[in-house]
Design a protein around this ligand. Structure first.
Ligand code: ATP
Length: 556
């Protein structure tokens, strides 16, 4: 087990995304006043340890500290609560409530699409979460099924939105220096794809894509490459699948409007979706049906949408050619694309716009900018203060083979629960609001993906005073797998090449034999140079004849 700060111990990785790895962790001792939730020793939590690349970026660290209070105060029944933010050495981590249940992406893959009513009610709860965060000045910007966790407490399933603020950290100007764009092409709003200014309406677009995916099983805009997907967001109108009722389609269409000003506010979206859900259910009365049919009138846009500080890392498909464009996976984690967007150069933190969520005055200069005459940069003192809070952390020597950070992620499966499932397969409880509709429309069973046994980690090695501070050496990365075919036949590549060349030579020889006068020359027994000379003579004669006849006709 590995300590994070002085208060937490990482136990087991739950999953890995583009911005970091999420761990099941245990509280060692009650957190201090700087945490939103103090917690009790022994309590389990989830901790997202941000990638080294992010943690080593001064801009990201700065934002992490600046947004601390915003993230910690963001509480809502449909938002995964951030309990604490830890800065320790080169490590940045978010401590969250541990959610017991799959994410929506995994759920959809295992169970297929939801009924229109269930999809509308689930998205309404997500819209509630968005309305609360937008009111607080926070735009999510990476809304997708993988960022919605399904909390299975009390026999129901409550959607919980997670990863708030992570997109904001990831598109730090510092990272843009590395020419990367962080986002998920299948869920990117047209204005983000074009590098135009963004508002909270990008989350409504994301909610529209998510809703479409919930009822159809796949997002509306797919493609072989990330670039193709971004282009389709910009230029294509989604088509209504026959299984989507008209009132629900009205909502989806408005959310997916290319013009952000036509998209409804999160609050109106939630209201509209609940109206639709009551009007399309089998028990709907005529008033409910009429209200659902008139849902368009409820979808008024937000008169004052929350602005997103200008994003230097927004993708511009007209200018960006992702190097991984050929291997786009719509279900993958947030993609990181090479980026040379218009705003990518010469902008300070937050670009030219005021940061509505900032709790500190804006930083005058970037830490890597020209040296400042007076004193250390503000982020340095903040960082030092944050590190000082974690001074008591004991550094324990950890055998690299037992370091869970170097193991592959695995989701925990309590053995007795696993056994129970094997003995009597249980019907999964849909969210209480959806229950009646799910059963009427589409009985669905959630199959827990088969899990390997929980990894047991041996207790840490006894402390070795002579090497406590030294980090275990990084294990060499395994060589990249080039092909999915695990069988390798020595020399097969060379053999294939040779065979291809032989076939090519045979075809070329046959074409020359058939299409040139070579056969005649061979039949006449002429030598090669003699035949070439004859051919040139014939052509010269023909050209001079043509020239003479042209002159004759001019003279006549
Ligand atoms: N609070 C939590 N409680 C329980 N499990 C969680 C929690 N947060 C995340 N997870 C699990 O960890 C996995 C990885 O989360 P993460 O947010 O890093 O993934 P992601 O959303 O696919 O990646 P990214 O947003 O970086 O593209 C998720 O699939 C989710 O199942």
């Amino acid at each position: 087990m590995r300590p994070v700060g002085s208060k937490y111990l990482l136990e087991e990785p739950l999953g890995r995304g583009a911005t970091g790895t999420v761990w099941r962790a245990r509280q060692r001792e009650t957190a201090g006043a700087e945490a939103a939730v103090a917690g009790q020793p022994g309590e389990t939590v989830a901790i997202k340890v941000l990638k080294e690349e992010l943690a080593n970026d001064a801009d990201v660290v700065m934002r992490f500290l600046r947004e601390r209070s915003v993230l910690l105060r963001l509480t809502h029944p449909n938002i995964v609560r951030t309990r604490d933010l830890v800065v320790e050495g080169d490590l940045l981590a978010l401590v969250m409530d541990l959610i017991d249940g799959p994410d929506l992406h995994r759920y959809l893959r295992a169970n297929g699409p939801l009924t229109p009513v269930a999809a509308a009610l689930l998205t309404a709860q997500i819209a509630d979460a968005l309305a609360a965060s937008h009111a607080d000045g926070v735009v999510h910007r990476d809304l997708k099924p993988a960022n919605v966790l399904l909390d299975e407490r009390d026999g129901g399933m409550t959607p919980m939105l997670t990863d708030f603020g992570i997109a904001r950290l990831a598109d730090s100007p510092g990272l843009t220096r590395t020419h990367e764009f962080v986002g998920t092409p299948a869920y990117v709003a047209p204005e983000s794809a074009e590098g135009r200014p963004q508002t909270s309406a990008v989350d409504i677009y994301g909610a529209g894509i998510l809703l479409y995916e919930l009822v159809t099983g796949r997002p509306p805009f797919a493609g072989g490459t990330a670039l193709e997907v971004l282009h389709r967001h910009l230029s294509e109108e989604p088509r209504r699948p026959s299984t989507v009722p008209a009132p629900l389609w009205t909502v989806i269409e408005r959310c997916l409007s290319k013009d952000p000003d036509r998209r409804p506010s999160a609050e109106n979206l939630a209201r509209g979706l609940r109206t639709v859900a009551s009007g399309i259910g089998v028990h709907a009365n005529s008033a409910q049906i009429a209200a659902a049919e008139g849902v368009g009138a409820l979808l008024a846009p937000d008169p004052a949408p929350t602005a997103v500080p200008e994003t230097p890392g927004a993708a511009d498909p007209t200018q960006v050619l992702p190097s991984n464009a050929g291997s786009y996976d719509p279900g993958a984690a947030t993609n990181v694309l090479p980026q040379t967007g218009p705003g990518g150069q010469g902008q300070g933190p937050g670009g030219g716009h005021a940061d509505p969520t900032a709790v500190m005055p804006p930083v005058p200069q970037r830490p890597d900018g020209p040296p400042q005459p007076d004193g250390p940069h503000p982020w340095q003192s903040q960082l030092q203060a944050a590190r000082d809070r974690n001074e008591q952390t004991q550094v324990q020597y950890l055998d690299p083979s037992q370091d869970p950070l170097r193991r592959r992620p695995q989701r925990q499966q309590p053995p007795q629960q696993h056994q129970q499932q094997q003995q009597q397969p249980q019907r999964r409880q849909p969210p209480p609001q959806h229950q009646q509709y799910q059963q009427q429309h589409q009985p669905q069973r959630y199959q827990q993906p088969q899990q390997p046994q929980r990894q047991q980690y041996a207790p840490p090695q006894p402390q070795q005073p002579q090497q406590p501070a030294a980090r275990p050496p990084r294990e060499p990365r395994p060589p990249r797998q080039r092909s999915a075919n695990p069988m390798r036949i020595p020399g097969l590549g060379c053999l294939k090449g040779c065979l291809f060349t032989v076939v090519l030579l045979i075809v070329a020889g046959w074409l020359i034999w058939e299409l040139t006068p070579l056969q005649d020359w061979v039949a006449q027994g002429k030598g090669y140079w003699e035949a070439i000379g004859d051919a040139i003579g014939t052509v010269t004669d023909w050209v001079s004849k043509v020239g003479n006849s042209a002159e004759g006709s001019d003279g006549a």
